[in-house]
Design a protein around this ligand. Structure first.
Ligand code: GDP
Ligand code: MG
Length: 598
């Protein structure tokens, strides 16, 4: 029988409601780290996570807590990301827990991702403990939020814990509640081993490490472990726990959370969702796995310096080791040369990968505008997945085009219902439902084309609701639509990396706005540059970048030398993210212009 003194839990919350801060307080209170060792927000270990204040990869930590009943409990906290792109990772960590703290901001109330995460927790049969956070704020309205939790989620919130992760209010109460409310794990120590891999990570010394929740049995150094999906076997070299630093222990047994290392060369052999068993006494059945993550947004990544191609590939491979949801394959563009088409879970995921490539791997990249996957049926009846607009077959070979649609849930103060409906109308949305989550807040459900969300939906939603709306969405399938491809010609030459796919009703408007925008972005050269947007071979808009009249440096002629140097440096820096296409230089901004034209 698994230890009655283990509690496995995670924290679910909408972004910024205080999940990481609360985790820090729990770690601090239980003394896992001394105050001096305590860095702000221990769980967000990646630099980028700390900077952006978001959790990207989930992490785990073991806390030791002496409860009021006098017993010492082992609490395993598994952190979850809060952003919509990473819902998939949330479901992984929840599968390793018996309980969850539901953190809701006492000012903001329930938001879209609060709901999405609660539903995931309910699906996993977790005991949910509501915590109303930030009660130290003067504008906090805990009673209102309590009511929202009851009305919207249907959870009894009468004994919700009132907390302030910032000042430490309620921390002890939370720990006590975890001990009394979250059930201990069920598994049997003496049954054949079953451990669920909920994450994996590559370590240069230990090889691929599996982060596991042991559900049944035991595992220790020397165990011959077997991956149930592939049958591959490895000898365990180390097992350990997160304190949060990795600490080696004798063994891990039913109910516990920790890591297993086995000098595994390839991270592909430690597949998240797989079950590890003991080769000598294997379990009959694996644990239920998870839904596989599917990339939703694609873009091209090209090195500015052609020589960097191999380095870009190596860097993508390294990132992929710790992030299986990043996919990539080589791609060639007539305009940009050799690069990669990369798939991401969403826009934030895409930005994060781009930023890591540039910062951690010091690459200088051109990124093309993001696209979704279109399903194109050609006249031969074949269905093609098109993730790059440039690869769309010629119009006369297309029978139908279908685009991905999502079910979007928007929570917003009632005053903004009008503007949101208007926005969703413009974005080709289909109304599905609306209800009140409290007297003044409304939940709207729409079906929307994913491409419209990728386009500028977030920005529009924010600006039209003064930042008060929150959004969550999930893929809902494919729908046929009247779509066309717009190509861009610079100086008469097709720039394939600027092509995009758009609904016919918006094509003229976007085609025209794009050339206007490009005219402002493409630097003047010694000659005139016509810019055209075309559908098929029909020109729908045209602008011209005038030729430069004088050498820029001529202005400084005879001027002081430092000013001249500055100007040269400025030109050089500006050049960094430019790509020579034919005899025209195109800056990075041009490839994103299509996203910023309405
Ligand atoms: P997460 O996105 O859910 O992980 O949220 P964070 O823990 O990063 O917190 C978001 C912001 O809210 C940070 O600026 C925190 O300092 C602040 N915050 C968190 N908890 C509290 C609290 O109890 N009171 C106040 N006033 N601010 C808080
Ligand atoms: Mg956080």
């Amino acid at each position: 029988q698994a230890s009655q003194r283990i509690r496995n839990f995670s924290i679910i919350a909408h972004i910024d409601h205080g999940k990481s801060t609360l985790a820090d307080r729990l770690i601090e209170y239980t003394g896992a780290l001394s105050k001096r060792e305590m860095e702000e927000q221990v769980l967000d270990s990646m630099d980028l996570e700390r900077e952006r204040g978001i959790t990207i990869k989930l992490q785990a930590v073991r806390l030791s807590y002496q409860a009021k009943d006098g017993e010492v409990y082992e609490l395993n906290l598994i952190d979850t990301p809060g952003h919509v792109d990473f819902t998939y990772e949330v479901s992984r960590s929840l599968a390793a827990c018996e309980g969850a703290l539901l953190v809701v901001d006492a000012v903001q109330g329930i938001e879209a991702q609060t709901l999405a995460n609660v539903y995931l927790a309910l699906e996993n049969n977790l005991e949910i403990i509501p915590v109303i956070n930030k009660i130290d704020l003067p504008s906090a309205e805990p009673e209102r939020v309590q009511q929202e939790i009851e009305d919207v989620i249907g959870l009894d919130a009468s004994d919700a814990i009132l907390a302030s992760a910032k000042v430490g209010t309620g921390v002890e109460e939370i720990l006590e509640r975890i001990v009394t409310m979250v059930p201990p794990p069920q598994g049997d120590d003496d049954a054949p081993l079953k451990a669920l891999i909920f994450d994996s990570k590559f370590d240069a010394y230990k090889g691929a490490i599996s982060y596991v929740r042991v559900v049944e049995g035991r595992v220790a150094k020397g165990t011959t472990m077997k991956m149930m999906s592939t049958g591959k076997e490895f000898e365990v070299t180390e097992v350990g726990v997160f304190t949060p630093a990795m600490k080696i222990v004798e063994e891990l047994k039913a109910g516990q959370v920790g890591f297993i290392a086995a000098s595994i060369k390839n991270v592909k052999d430690t597949q998240v969702g797989d079950t590890i068993t003991d080769a000598e006494r294997p379990a009959a059945e694996p644990l239920p796995g998870y839904r596989k993550s599917t990339p939703m947004v694609f873009c091209g990544l090209y090195p500015v310096e052609t020589n960097d191609y191999n380095r870009l590939r190596d860097s993508l491979e390294k990132l992929h080791l710790n992030d299986a949801s990043l996919v990539f394959e080589p791609e060639t563009s007539a305009a940009l040369g050799f690069g990669f088409r990369c798939g991401f879970l969403g826009l934030l995921h895409m930005e994060i990968i781009q930023e890591r490539l540039e910062r951690e791997y010091d690459l200088n990249l051109i990124t093309t505008a993001p696209s979704v996957i279109y399903k194109v049926k050609n006249i031969l009846g074949e269905v093609l997945d098109i993730d790059n607009p440039a690869n769309l077959p010629p119009v006369d070979q297309i029978e139908t085009i279908a685009e991905p649609v999502v079910k979007a849930t928007i929570l917003v103060p009632a005053d903004f219902v009008g503007p949101i409906m208007e926005l969703n109308q413009e974005k080709r949305g289909t109304y599905l439902a609306m209800d009140y989550v409290s007297k003044s807040r409304v939940r709207l459900v729409y079906e929307l084309p994913l491409s419209e969300i990728v386009f500028d939906y977030f920005d529009e939603l924010k600006s039209r609701t003064k930042g008060y709306a929150s959004l969550d969405y999930e893929l809902a399938g494919y729908k046929e639509s009247d779509l066309v491809k717009i190509d861009v010609l610079l100086n008469g030459e097709l720039v394939d990396a600027l092509s995009f796919i758009v609904h016919r009703s918006k094509s003229y408007n976007r085609g025209r706005k794009l050339v206007e925008k490009l005219q402002g972005i493409i630097p003047r050269q010694m000659f005139e540059i016509p810019i055209q947007s075309v559908i098929g071979n029909r020109v729908i808009a045209r602008e011209t970048v005038r030729a430069m009249r004088k050498d820029v440096l001529a202005k400084c002629y005879g001027g002081d030398i430092s000013r001249k140097r500055k100007l040269l440096e400025k030109q050089k820096a500006g050049k960094k993210r430019m790509k020579q296409v034919g005899n025209v230089e195109i800056p990075q901004d041009a490839f994103m212009a299509v996203l910023k034209i309405e």
